[in-house]
Design a binder for this molecule. Sequence first.
Ligand code: CA
Length: 228
Amino acid sequence: MGGEGAHLLVVEDEPQIVRGLKVVLRNAGFDVRAAETVEAALDAVAVRPPDVMILDLVLPDGSGVEVCEDVRRWSSLPIIVLSALGDEREKVRALNAGADDYVTKPFGTDELIARVRAVLRRTADAAVDPVVTAGIVTVDLAARRVTREGTEVHLTPIEYDVLRVLATYHTRLVTHRTLLQAVWGPRYEAETHYLRVHVAHLRAKLEADASRPTLIVTEPGVGYRLAS
Ligand code: CA
C-alpha cells in the first residue's frame, strides 16, 4: 500500500529516530521532510504546509505544544504527536492545543503509518461517510439510527450524541474536551465524569462484553476512540 505521495513533515531532534522514520515512511510511499527545532518546524510549515505533521514534544528550543498552538492559528493540517512515557501532561496539552492524535514512544511503525493514513482519510472525506461501521455496530449518521448485529438499538439523545461524535472521528482519538464541548457545550469541558457515565451506558448497550470493551476504547487520561 502506498502513501499516495502525501507530504509529511517529521519534527524531531533525535537523529536515529529521524533516520528510521524517513526510511519507513518513504518505503510506505510518503514524501518526507524533517525539522529539528520549533523554529525550523514553523519555517518549514510556512514555506510548504505538509499534508501531515509528525511532531515530537521535546525539542531543543522548546515544546511541540508551541508548534501546535502556532500552526492552529492559521491551519487545520493534521498533527500527530510523538510522546514518551512520562510526557502525559504535555501530550494532553498538545491535544487540547489542536493535535489530532498521538503515538507513544517507542512506537510500532505500523501503528504510526495507520494513524497517518487515518488522519489523511479525515481530510479526504471532508463530508463524513453517513454510515460508520465499527465491529458489530453501525451508526447511520443521516438517519440517526444505530444497529447492533443488524438489530436497532435504542439510545437516549445524549448517548446518541456521544456515539455520533465518536463515529464522526471514527478510529481517531477524541479527547474528553472535544466530546464534552460537542455534546454538552463549552462550559462543560471539565466534566469528565459525565462521559464515564454515558460511555458505560453505551458500552452496556453496544459491546459484546461491556466489562472488556473493544468497541469504545479508553485512551487513559486523554479520551476515547471508536474502533474499526
Ligand atoms: Ca526530542
